[in-house]
Write a protein that binds this ligand. Structure first.
Ligand SMILES: [Ca+2]
Length: 191
């Protein structure tokens, strides 16, 4: 019995060590960035800690998933939901990916288009590129079911600050929501 008990303790110890090894944090794959949005997200779909769009976690295709950040009922004087990222240093960007939710039955419509512009000082944004995305993820016609859609576009621009404006041209629907769970940039240090 004594030997068996000792073996059992050794086994548990080995499992414990393995668990610690698995829990070691991975190195960040992207430069740390902070961001602000105008307007702020809706209270019911808030951006907890102001980091949900850059934490590497995607939302499941349903509006009940708290990992989505949602905007609703922004004013007519604002043409878009504008999210401005501070990348911490001047970066040369080559691609952007937005993880969005299409869920027409819930009033979460596809993002019709978005723009990306760049700034060296955080104030003046230039080199705006516009991407039409209303048909992204629309296979075999429209669907009323929830669907996670990655909006991926190549781009060329350099700046420490990057502004993304999400544009819904038709806001006549009852619930013109915009839902995002992640924004990713491919970039390298500017030379
Ligand atoms: Ca996220």
């Amino acid at each position: 019995m004594g030997i068996l008990k000792k073996l059992a303790v050794m086994t548990i110890s080995a499992l414990g060590l393995a668990g610690v090894a698995l829990a070691e944090p991975k190195a960040p794959a992207r430069p740390t960035s902070t961001y602000t949005s105008v307007p702020e997200p809706a209270e019911d779909y808030a951006d907890t800690g102001g980091k949900e769009l850059t934490d590497g976690v995607y939302g499941e295709p349903h509006y009940n998933d708290e990992r989505w950040v949602g905007w609703y009922n922004w004013t007519d004087s604002t043409r878009a939901v504008a999210i401005t990222f501070d990348l911490g240093e001047a970066r040369k960007l080559s691609r952007v990916r937005l993880c969005s939710l299409n869920f027409k039955a819930a009033g979460i419509n596809p993002i019709e288009k978005f723009t990306v512009s760049f700034s060296e000082d955080g104030t003046t944004f230039e080199n705006e590129a516009t991407f039409t995305t209303k048909d992204d993820g629309r296979e075999n016609g429209e669907s009323n079911n929830g669907k996670t859609v990655m909006l991926t576009r190549n781009l060329t621009g350099t700046g420490r600050w990057v502004k993304i404006e999400l544009i819904q041209l038709d806001r006549s629907t009852t619930h013109p929501w915009i839902f995002l769970s992640e924004v990713e940039f491919d970039s390298q240090p500017a030379k």
